[in-house]
Design a protein around this ligand. Structure first.
Ligand SMILES: Cc1ncc(C[n+]2csc(CCOP(=O)(O)OP(=O)(O)O)c2C)c(N)n1
Length: 137
């Protein structure tokens, strides 16, 4: 059962995703976004609901439409927007853009433009984690 505080936090994250994407749309039309991007408008509850069931030390991968996943897993929206604007202060120092934002400290292994491309990334992380466990045996 979710508490009122938890529900409010989830609503806040959904609202933040929506406002972030509306600003991205505006900046895109003004030519301020480098490359292309795929908006998460209308899907806010999916990322927020899924990530609410995760622990902070759980990992996610993402897709070509990943802004909502980033925000739901706790990314800093200023660093995200900086990335979309190709600034050095962005998550990938401005060279990755919308489809390559990763926030490993928060457990987000990153977006990517390849359909199904998150699976090998997740496999790699699972391999790494399991090796760290078994090497202690
Ligand atoms: C391996 C691969 N094949 C084809 C594409 C081209 N492609 C980009 S988005 C897309 C459709 C994705 O549809 P869906 O997963 O339903 O996501 P949506 O964009 O509708 O949210 C395709 C086929 C790709 N990125 N990667």
């Amino acid at each position: 059962m979710l508490s009122s505080e938890e529900k409010l936090e989830m609503y806040h994250k959904m609202f933040l995703i929506r406002r972030f994407e509306e600003r991205v749309d505006e900046f895109f039309m003004e030519g301020k976004i480098w490359g292309t991007c795929h908006l998460y408008i209308g899907e806010e509850a999916i990322a927020v609901g899924a990530c609410a069931a995760l622990r902070p030390d759980d990992y996610i991968t993402s897709t070509h439409r990943g802004h909502g996943h980033c925000i739901a897993k706790g990314a800093d929206v200023n660093r995200m927007m900086a990335e979309l604007m190709a600034r050095d202060t962005g998550y990938c120092h401005g060279v990755g853009g919308s489809m390559h934002i990763a926030d490993v400290e928060k457990g987000n292994l990153g977006a990517n433009g390849v359909g199904g491309g998150g699976l090998p990334i997740a496999m790699g992380r699972a391999w790494d984690v399991s090796c760290k466990i078994t090497e202690k045996w």
